[in-house]
Design a binder for this molecule. Structure first.
Ligand code: NAD
Ligand code: IPM
Ligand code: MN
Length: 348
């Protein structure tokens, strides 16, 4: 059987980190006897340039038919003022795939605490999983554009909260058994619904999990004060966006952070959490580790190739520990050079 992967390199550093992840996936698959077929699709700014639409119908079809979707990154200053935005294409893609749970792991590799901007004893032991609700909230509410006034609105249903909270509780069961649910229940109606729905699901189905509720402003503080005390963090769309960028640098760089977006069915969407990094695009110096770790998540979740996923994660960790990293983590390796190192390590 051949697995089909819709491959969307996108904009900026997207094609650079995407090529690195693809090379690693191809090598890991070949070594495990897995057959992969990549369908490369226009998406984001490049698709706007070619078709006027960030998410063309052909790309949509390929994504819906594929066993998994891999995305590099989209966006950039070139499209910031245009009528069509690359980011709008990304939101449509997530919605079409129904990927409501975005898993964003952040792990401080033991011995590499010096990479963290935090004091080493604070960063030490950080191993958390942010479960971000991905297809609801203010990202998808009614919106009014305007020059003198503008409006975005945030809405959630109980069912939308419960299904993502369930993913978080299940993940906690195979980790350290703790969930921190993050909301703004002291101000927002959606925050109060969020807290009530998570509490009730917890009492009914997950009493074995230690649940705490944390207000989002306090969480922003606690993440840099004592990140190692958290296990699974579940939160709504925009809070998850912000907190995951914050959490990612605890381990050294946003370039290290992968994500998997999963729905009720389908193989899911895999994208590093960083953007198109226009400031370093085209220089072969972006850190592809996050994208390569997405490849591992894709192999684990969509292809059920656990051994290949483990092998990729070990190879990335070893390459970084051996000082083979890119400039953002103090190394001198190029983006493609890091991918070569990981591919070679897979064969060893
Ligand atoms: P960004 O994540 O692109 O960059 C923020 C900073 O992190 C920059 O200094 C950049 O150089 C650095 N960085 C990011 N990825 C890196 C990597 N792999 N290796 C080394 N350094 C890295 O965020 P931004 O600058 O705020 O946004 C740029 C564009 O990307 C915007 O158009 C935004 O909408 C878009 N964006 C897209 C996605 C996505 O496609 N999933 C995610 C976030 C932002
Ligand atoms: C991310 C990005 C996206 C988001 C943007 C580009 C739409 O920041 O994947 O974290 O806000 O979800
Ligand atoms: Mn983001």
């Amino acid at each position: 059987m051949t697995f089909t992967i819709a491959y969307l390199p996108g904009d900026g550093v997207g094609p650079e980190v995407g090529a690195a992840a693809r090379a690693v996936m191809e090598r890991a698959a070949a070594l495990s006897g897995i057959s992969l077929s990549f369908v490369e699709c226009d998406f984001g700014g490049i698709a706007i340039d070619r078709t006027g639409d960030p998410f063309p119908a052909e790309t949509r079809r390929a994504c819906l038919e594929a066993d998994a979707v891999f995305l590099g990154a989209v966006g950039g200053p070139k499209w910031d003022r245009g009528p069509a935005r690359p980011e709008a294409g990304l939101l449509k893609l997530r919605k079409e795939l129904g990927v409501f749970a975005n898993l964003r792991p952040v792990k401080m590799t033991p011995g590499l605490e010096h990479l963290s901007p935090l004091k080493n004893d604070i960063a030490k032991g950080t191993d958390l999983l942010i479960v971000r609700e991905l297809i609801g909230g203010v990202y998808f509410g009614d919106r009014e554009e305007g020059v003198r006034a503008a409006r975005d609105s945030c809405a959630y249903t109980r069912e939308e909260v419960e299904r993502v909270a369930r993913v978080a509780f299940e993940a906690a069961r195979s980790r350290r058994g703790k969930v921190a649910s993050v909301d703004k229940a002291n101000v927002l109606a959606t925050g109060r619904l969020w807290r009530a729905a998570v509490s009730e699901l917890h009492a009914a189905e997950y009493p074995d999990i230690a649940l705490e509720h944390v207000l989002v402003d306090a969480m922003a503080m606690k993440l840099v004060q004592a990140p190692a005390r958290f296990d699974v963090i579940v939160t709504e769309n925009m809070f998850g966006d912000i907190l995951s960028d914050e959490a990612s640098v605890i381990a050294g760089s946003i370039g290290l952070a992968p994500s998997a977006s999963l729905g009720a069915s389908g193989g899911g969407l895999y994208e590093p959490i960083h953007g198109s990094a226009p400031d370093i695009a085209g220089q072969n110096k972006a850190n592809p580790a996050g994208a390569i770790l997405c490849a591992a998540m894709l192999m684990r979740h969509a292809l059920k190739a656990e051994n290949a996923a483990d092998a990729i994660e070990t190879a990335v960790e070893r390459a970084i520990a051996a000082g083979e990293g890119t400039a953002d983590i103090g190394g001198s390796q190029s983006c493609s050079g890091f991918a070569d190192t990981v591919c070679k390590a897979l064969e060893a």
